[in-house]
Design a protein around this ligand. Structure first.
Ligand SMILES: [Fe+2]
Length: 228
């Protein structure tokens, strides 16, 4: 390795891990199955003394024990759960007297799944993205643990590239979709679930699955054409 490539290697910074939580101990196995179905590889599972299970996943099954590409999943810590409960109570969450900011927040999130914190995964194959996304829909349809707990929404690539348009017209996930990505030459498929806790009031997390078509410098994860 010459000096320049050594310097480049030392300058590289990758995302090591994302730490996710499930709210109820009973949700642990379903939340873990959700991540596996999405394409992550489970590398560790430990029963915790305080109850619940700790899981380690990697997005890179070819190098599963590297220090990056990790997703941790564990029970929501007690202090966080208490804080979320207090915040919900203060806002009369889910009651007729609910603070109006909650409905406004829900409405914004429903229109744009990227409105809040979310976790994005990049597939290197559109076929694999479709396969895993359809499998997630299968969980929702076939397994009662997931019934009503997964929401799906997809953004198709902006039209204009003949080959991309034709591929998406033939897609079991993106055919007929009229929502479009902010940027070009890629697609986004979202799965929101309350099996995993996130957001200011402990609602669901959004998992995003992306694909960028090869050969384009101006793809969705390189250039956004609309500000966020
Ligand atoms: Fe995103």
């Amino acid at each position: 390795m010459n000096i320049q490539s050594t310097l480049r290697a030392e300058a590289a910074l990758t995302i090591s891990h994302v730490n996710l939580h499930y709210a109820h101990p009973d949700d642990g196995p379903a939340a873990a199955l959700l991540l596996e179905t999405a394409g992550l590889a489970k590398t560790q599972e430990i029963d915790l003394p305080r109850g619940g299970v700790f899981y380690r996943f990697t997005t890179n099954a070819l190098s599963p024990f590297e220090g990056d590409n990790i997703v941790y999943l564990s029970p929501l810590p007690a202090a966080t759960a208490a804080l979320l409960a207090a915040a919900r109570k203060a806002l009369s969450f889910g009651t007729a007297d609910e603070h109006p900011s909650v409905a406004a927040y829900r409405a914004a999130q429903a229109v744009d799944p990227e409105y809040n914190f979310h976790v994005g995964f990049l597939h290197k194959s559109l076929d694999r993205l479709e396969e895993h996304y359809l499998a997630l829909k299968g969980l929702e349809a076939d397994d009662p643990r997931f019934a009503g707990r997964l929401k799906f929404l997809v953004n198709r690539a902006q039209p204009g590239e003949v080959e991309i348009d034709a591929r998406l017209d033939a897609s079991p996930v993106f055919a007929g979709v009229t929502r479009h990505t902010y940027g070009r030459n890629g697609v986004q498929a979202f799965c929101e679930t309350d099996l995993i806790v996130d957001g200011p009031l402990g609602g669901g997390v959004v998992l995003e699955f992306d694909y960028v078509f090869p050969g384009y410098n101006d793809h969705i994860l390189a250039v956004s054409t609309t500000g966020r």
